[in-house]
Ligand binder design. Structure first.
Ligand code: ADP
Length: 169
């Protein structure tokens, strides 16, 4: 009993050190939704052991797509990227955990699905950069920025998964 309570405690205290727990914004893009890949994609993050704190199906307005991709404004593919992201509903998610941003990028794979390793989401499920099924934040700063951009206050849940002590000692 002593051992299991200290395990829970160490998880709880780690959770409170917010500088160690990152947030990443993950989005199933419209092609992923249309192709029926929502469950498959969510499942990969869920099985890994990250914590889901936000989830919604959402039709993205043009202004939000432009804000999200503002760093790419001026790229030749920018107008078609905005059309693509706003072409149908997306599934918006926030996942949390230590090292979640970089790890989620590895699970997602390279931007160009033809170069993405087998076993990654894009490597397994997509063929073209302009239809690469999923987005993942590229830095902890952008993870927090994008989570706040796509979710309102109160839409994210703070909770402790029952499996927490079985994921982290
Ligand atoms: P990532 O999504 O892997 O972080 P980027 O930030 O470079 O990649 O680009 C954002 C998104 O813009 C890509 O996921 C893809 O949907 C689109 N994109 C990037 N490069 C191209 C391209 N050359 N042609 C079409 N779409 C592109």
């Amino acid at each position: 009993a002593k051992r299991s309570s200290s395990t829970c405690l160490s998880y709880a205290s780690r959770k409170n050190l917010s500088e160690q727990v990152d947030q990443t914004y993950i989005m199933v893009k419209p092609d992923g939704v249309q192709r029926g890949l929502v469950g498959e994609i969510i499942s990969r993050f869920e099985r890994k052991g990250f914590k889901l704190t936000g989830l919604k199906l959402f039709q993205c307005p043009k202004e939000l797509a432009e804000e999200h991709y503002k760093d790419l404004k001026g790229k030749p593919f920018y107008p078609t990227l905005i059309d693509y992201i706003t072409s149908g509903p997306v599934v918006c998610m926030v996942w949390e955990g230590v090292g979640v941003v970089a790890s989620a990028r590895k699970l997602i794979g390279s931007t160009n699905p033809l170069q993405a390793e087998p076993g990654t989401i894009r490597g397994d499920l997509a063929v073209q950069t302009g239809r690469n099924v999923v987005h993942g934040s590229d830095s902890p700063e952008n993870g927090r920025r994008e989570a706040a951009l796509w979710f309102k206050e109160g839409e994210l849940c703070e909770w402790t998964p029952a499996q927490a002590p079985w994921l982290m000692e």
